[in-house]
Design a binder for this molecule. Sequence first.
Ligand SMILES: [Zn+2]
Length: 380
Amino acid sequence: MTDAADLHRRLFTIDTHIDTPTASLARADWDFGAKHDFATDRSQCDLPRMEAGGIDALVFAVYSTQAARTPAGYAVVHEAALQAFARTHEVLRRNSGRCALALKAADGPRLKAEGRRALYLSIENSYSLGRELGHVEKFHALGVRMLGLTHMLNNDLADSSTDPRGPEWGGLSPFGRAVVAECNRLGIVLDASHASDQALRDLLASSTAPVILSHSGCRAVCDHPRNIGDDLLRALAAQGGVIQLNALPVAVVLTPEDGRTAALSDMLMQLKDAVLTPEVRAAAGREWHRIEAAYPNPVATLEDYVRHIEHAVAVAGIDHVGVGCDFDGGGGVTGLNDVSEYPNLTAALLARGWSEADLAKLWGANTLRVLEQNQRGRTD
Ligand SMILES: [Zn+2]
């Protein structure tokens, strides 16, 4: 009998989407090196829990709420992103004995061998670039190796899968195409989670390196616009890309429409022309919590999550599937609700007959391959 805990520790493990830089790290005096508890402060990631959960690497996303596409709107959100990178670098400096910034595919396994955790950096919603192509290189210099095109609304790069107004560009915009070429040049992995189906199709056709869905699900298992259908899943695999399964409850299990979507749409439409000053940001946060309380998340379990993984493997193949739980950003299911609980997933899959070789691909090898291929594809 393979011991699940031993096996989990041996594997190189990575989760490709976690929002800690704009969640816990934005709280005053919140110590990433100390143990916290979801029940107490809703946080899902810190170093002690990473160590307990045998997770070797995480992709830390610097997230931006979609708001006004005006010079003032861009300036405020770009500055907020720079602050999030600065505080993340400070956390890395303060905990350098236990974790370090990872820039290349090989850095993750190297840091594991050193007994340290690897943190890669990404952005979620390229709104924070403004309309400046040069900001891609600026973010690359800060350590960004993965770039998410959109969030819940259309932006200057691409259409979102959830914009209540429908498509604006019919996929990628001209600026979006320029950013794709720039990311290919620099070796940054392009991330189409949240993007519309047509934006993903355009990306698959235009990117010279494999793309990622850092936190997405399967529409055949849960028909949510954030998830992707089997045809696109096959196209993603054919391009060499990977889907990393999301643990966001409303995208894991089908939820009866109870007004949540309308309430979220109203909130998004109110924010779309706002400049994200600290006051606007705080008000948006309060409104988000009000919606979360009024329309509670469905109960989703580890078994529900596993259903997405196994469907993706059946459709795309074992070389194109991984883990992206969206912790600190709304993700988490019963049995997999913070970074300390990843061993439960290994145990569940082992119990279902998964081999060590397949678990190694799911947990890390597929993501490392995509990182490596993007790095190798650098054209500058
Ligand atoms: Zn997201």
